[in-house]
Design a protein around this ligand. Structure first.
Ligand SMILES: C[S@@+](CC[C@H](N)C(=O)[O-])C[C@H]1O[C@@H](n2cnc3c(N)ncnc32)[C@H](O)[C@@H]1O
Length: 454
């Protein structure tokens, strides 16, 4: 074939390696090209989407020569779905690639070579593990769809019938709502025209409690006969504990609203981790794999080496989960979190678990540590669990200034973790071991946890 290596052009690439964020790496005109798919040893046809002085970025269109690591995917939607891009990799191989990603990041980004990285801790069941799924509505023609995004398409949805990620019951809920919306002629939102009413169905499930939340994300306006909708849902699915509605009138196609209305029940469901009960609201962060969250938190607690005299900071504490799980092993826990609804949940979670040695502060870690030094006074250890971007530079600087003997770092991004880890090591911390914990089978994502000591 003719090779056109300009932007938009089609090229054939041999994949040499996987990059730190799960992207694959090949070479184009003697420079690196990062691709959104493919495995080492594979030859792919790809479209060039970006060209920079030192590298290019491309999108895989077709795998021309498949790696022997690939096998058949279990999901009937695998070929079009944007979700489980690694589902055709046997699970043990996914774990191996994930560990490699961590090792590569530590070496190339953190320049940290002598770190032990044990095998990735697997999940007990790589299917039906998610406790939260967002299903989108869209109107591609005179019919409508309720399902997931097609691979690489923000504007195209396909009807999902059998997703293997959440639960068989959640597939039934999707099928029921699709029919209900059709029969009752509820206007569906069109992402390109920015018009219509119903935008997303978000289902949250407590894996240990069996409780289910339906969150309907709509534009503003009245839900036609909302009582009928609630009644119909509860008759079919008695496990539903609450139904809420989020109102999003913005163009940004996100499944959360500027305001929320509770249509049925308390507005939250409950989940249990390490014996503690947690309330989950529609918009509060909660680890998506609650079964494996227990493993992750267990490892974080091991790295912490808790003591009854400890005064612990739980930074980026979300709904207070880690702090509450460790509260019985330390003297005091102080949580800091920016999301108001998560802090509300955290306070309630402390109450329902009858924990009185924990307090929470709402705000950004980088600002609270700087502007309210009294909060971190007397603290001698910390657990940080920041979002994918890692620690804010000001938070990292402040953390280093606090000079705490024990820092435990939980991260969902080995690249930003390695950057921050290098700074902590530079500041005199020892870090000998990073444990990869798989929370997201069939995706390239990996969670890690490590301890830093002085
Ligand atoms: C990866 S989650 C961890 C939550 C919690 N530790 C858990 O395991 O459920 C990161 C949390 O950081 C919060 N967050 C993001 N940026 C923040 C900031 N600058 N300051 C404080 N919290 C922040 C998010 O709202 C989210 O709850």
């Amino acid at each position: 074939m003719r090779i056109n290596n300009k932007i938009g052009g089609i090229v054939e690439i041999e994949i040499k390696d996987l990059a730190y964020d799960g992207k694959s790496v090949g070479s184009l005109e003697g420079k690196i090209i990062f691709l959104n798919g493919g495995l080492p040893g594979e030859k792919v046809r790809a479209q060039v989407v970006k060209k920079k002085a030192r590298y290019s970025v491309g999108k895989v269109i077709e795998i021309l020569e498949k790696s022997t690591d690939r096998s058949d995917a279990a999901c009937p939607h695998f070929d079009i779905c944007g979700g489980c891009t690694w589902q055709d990799l046997e699970y043990s191989k996914q774990l191996r690639y994930k560990r490699k990603q961590v090792v590569d990041c530590l070496e190339h980004i953190g320049r940290l070579k002598e770190v032990e990285v044990p095998d990735t801790i697997p999940v007990s069941d790589p299917f039906y593990y998610r406790n939260k799924m967002e299903f989108s509505f869209n109107v591609p023609d005179d019919d409508f769809r309720l399902g997931l995004h097609k691979r690489g398409r923000f504007d195209q949805i396909f009807d999902i019938h059998q997703c293997l990620l959440q639960s068989p019951a959640s597939n039934e809920i999707v099928a029921w709502l699709r029919e209900y919306v059709k029969e009752n002629r509820i206007p569906v939102y069109d992402v390109l025209k920015h018009e219509g009413f119903i935008r997303f169905l978000v289902i949250r499930e407590g894996k240990q409690t069996g409780q289910t939340m339906l969150n309907l994300v709509t534009t503003s306006g009245v839900i036609p006969e909302s009582e009928k909708l609630v009644k119909s849902a509860l008759e079919r699915f008695p496990q539903i504990k609450t139904i809420v509605r989020n109102i999003n009138d913005q163009r940004s196609n996100i499944a959360r609203g500027e305001s929320e209305e509770v249509l049925f029940g308390p507005g939250y469901i409950e989940e249990i981790i390490l014996g503690y009960t947690f309330r989950i609201y529609a918009n509060s962060f909660f680890q998506t794999n609650s079964i494996q969250a227990a493993t992750l938190y267990g490892k974080a607690i091991e790295f912490l080496r808790p003591d009854k005299s400890d005064r612990l900071l739980d930074l980026y504490c979300g709904a207070g989960t880690i702090g509450i799980c460790v509260s019985g092993l330390v003297g005091e826990v102080i949580g800091i979190e920016s999301e108001v609804s998560a802090v509300k949940a955290a306070v309630e979670n402390a109450e329902i678990n009858k924990i009185d040695n924990i307090s929470f502060h709402t705000g950004q870690v980088e600002k609270i540590l700087r502007n309210q030094p009294e909060i971190s006074k007397g603290v001698n250890c910390v657990i940080v669990d920041p979002p994918r971007a890692g620690l804010h530079p000001k938070a990292l600087k402040k953390l280093i200034e606090l000079d705490l003997p024990r820092v435990v770092y939980v991260s969902c991004n080995p690249a930003t973790f390695s950057r921050d880890a290098a700074a902590l090591v530079e500041a005199g911390y020892r870090m000998n071991k990073v444990i990869p914990v798989d929370m997201f089978p069939h995706t390239m994502h990996i969670e890690i946890v490590a301890g830093f000591y002085k």
